[in-house]
Design a protein around this ligand. Structure first.
Ligand SMILES: [Cu+2]
Length: 165
């Protein structure tokens, strides 16, 4: 019975494949904060939301490390750039929603100086399915360098993260 071993092996492979068919998780990554060059002005934060196996709605984002936070979307209409506050964001199943310069972003007022010194802060994303997802963001200076003094590892990690998306 030469076939006995190959059959057993392919059964194992099929089981492994079935494992990959588990529900696709909803998650958030690629977070970074770009500090405003004007210290009294608002800073912006960007993320990527990866939709799970069912559509959800992003209902809110919170953080302990800033006094005020709003979700905004930048638009260009008739050559004029403007931004407006948005209350919710639809996250279709399996789709990637990117918060990026020129589009959706988080606006932050009065970021905790200790968070800036540490070079990172944590956000909580609250979804319509009840998920509360924590996501870290690297805090960058207006020029894109890491806000934490001498923290080149964080800067490199952030750069890699951007390259990957
Ligand atoms: Cu804004």
């Amino acid at each position: 019975m030469h076939l006995a071993f190959p059959l057993a092996a392919s059964t194992a492979a099929l089981l492994a494949l079935a494992g990959c068919g588990d529900p696709q998780p909803l998650y958030v990554d690629g977070g970074y904060v770009r500090l405003n060059a004007n210290p009294s002005g608002p800073s912006a934060a960007y993320f990527t939301i990866h939709g799970g196996d069912k559509p959800v709605v992003l209902r809110d984002i919170t953080t302990d490390a800033a006094v005020r936070l709003e979700m905004h979307e930048s638009k260009t209409q008739n050559g004029m750039a403007s931004m407006e506050e948005i209350d919710t964001v639809d996250v279709p199943a399996g789709e990637k929603i990117t918060f990026a310069p020129g589009g959706k972003h988080i606006m932050l007022w009065q970021i905790n100086p200790q968070a800036v010194a540490a070079g990172k802060m944590t956000f909580t994303f609250i979804f319509s399915n009840g998920d509360r997802i924590l996501a870290d963001a690297v805090i960058e200076n207006p020029d894109g360098s890491a806000s934490a003094a001498g923290n080149t590892t964080a800067a490199n990690a952030a750069a890699d993260e951007h390259a990957g998306h």
